[in-house]
Ligand binder design. Sequence first.
Ligand SMILES: [Zn+2]
Ligand SMILES: [Zn+2]
Length: 109
Amino acid sequence: MGHDKKVKFVAERLDSGNLGPGWSAQIDEEGVVTVSGPCPVCHGDAYGPVLPNLQAASLTESLLVVGRPPSEPDEVRRIRAECCCGAKHSGDEDGGSGCGRWWYVNVRL
Ligand SMILES: [Zn+2]
Ligand SMILES: [Zn+2]
């Protein structure tokens, strides 16, 4: 599915149950978990975690916020992900980097 640039910008939380195929979670050696996949609304790139005002250069820093070593098995982490498609969707007065949707992804480690 291609990126739908006609989707109107709305800053809202989505039900995580809407996540379609193409979503995956990664964990690095330090136990930092990240998730990525297509935005459920505009189908552009989305990922998490994302800090407000995230700059590309500070990506590593933001990931450390959730970084702690995996401890107990079956630990579930809730990660906030948001649309980061990079397009300016209509209605986005701040010129953000996506269609405004965000949601939580539960990752079982
Ligand atoms: Zn989107
Ligand atoms: Zn988009």
